[in-house]
Design a protein around this ligand. Structure first.
Ligand code: ADP
Length: 163
């Protein structure tokens, strides 16, 4: 049985993340989508909101379980008995960072393999940060995120305008 951990900030989960998790679930026996509590990013959503949105987005996939974590990723991987770390690679920008992370994780936890999935063509230019920016300016992002995520983004946008 091969257990994979797909870690990230998922702020919020997008169709790009769902695509990677779905494809990974065809290769591995169990996928833990690990939602990191405190990434070095400006977060729009709380940990509970990110977990809840990811659970709703991935609930139809029986091999996938969404779990929050706040320790270092390799430690969380040990806790959930993961053999593999899953990451997604978009054409522009991701490679160097993912390579660096994979090398660091290999040093910290030898034997934990990083497997990168090439982003699908339609999601190459999709990132959670761009989604947040476009949504907060009132742009239509409904083709790029599940409906409940689009609604949550809309609510945050309205809350921002009221402030
Ligand atoms: P991001 O802000 O880039 O969405 P995350 O930390 O949530 O950041 O991403 C977790 C993992 O998912 C990373 O490996 C990232 O490269 C990958 N990923 C993010 N968006 C996409 C996408 N559109 N297609 C494929 N992989 C993606």
């Amino acid at each position: 049985m091969i257990i994979a951990l797909y870690p990230g900030s998922f702020d919020p989960v997008t169709n790009g993340h769902i695509d990677i998790a779905t494809r990974a679930s065809k290769l591995f026996d169990k996928i833990i989508v690990g939602i990191f509590a405190t990434p070095e990013k400006n977060l729009m959503f709380s940990l509970d909101e990110r977990v809840d949105m990811a659970r709703r987005a991935l609930g139809h996939l029986p091999k996938i379980e969404v779990k929050p974590y706040s320790n270092i990723t390799v430690e969380f991987a040990r806790e959930v008995n993961a053999d593999v770390l899953v990451r997604g690679l978009r054409m522009i920008g991701d490679f160097e960072w993912e390579f660096e992370m994979a090398m660091m994780n290999q040093m910290l936890s030898p034997g934990l393999e990083t497997v990168c999935f090439m982003a699908s063509q339609e999601y190459q230019f999709l990132s959670a940060s761009l989604i947040k920016e476009v949504a907060s300016l009132g742009g239509d992002i409904s083709k790029l995120v599940p409906r409940h995520v689009a609604e949550a983004l809309k609510k945050k946008g309205i809350a921002k305008i009221r402030k």
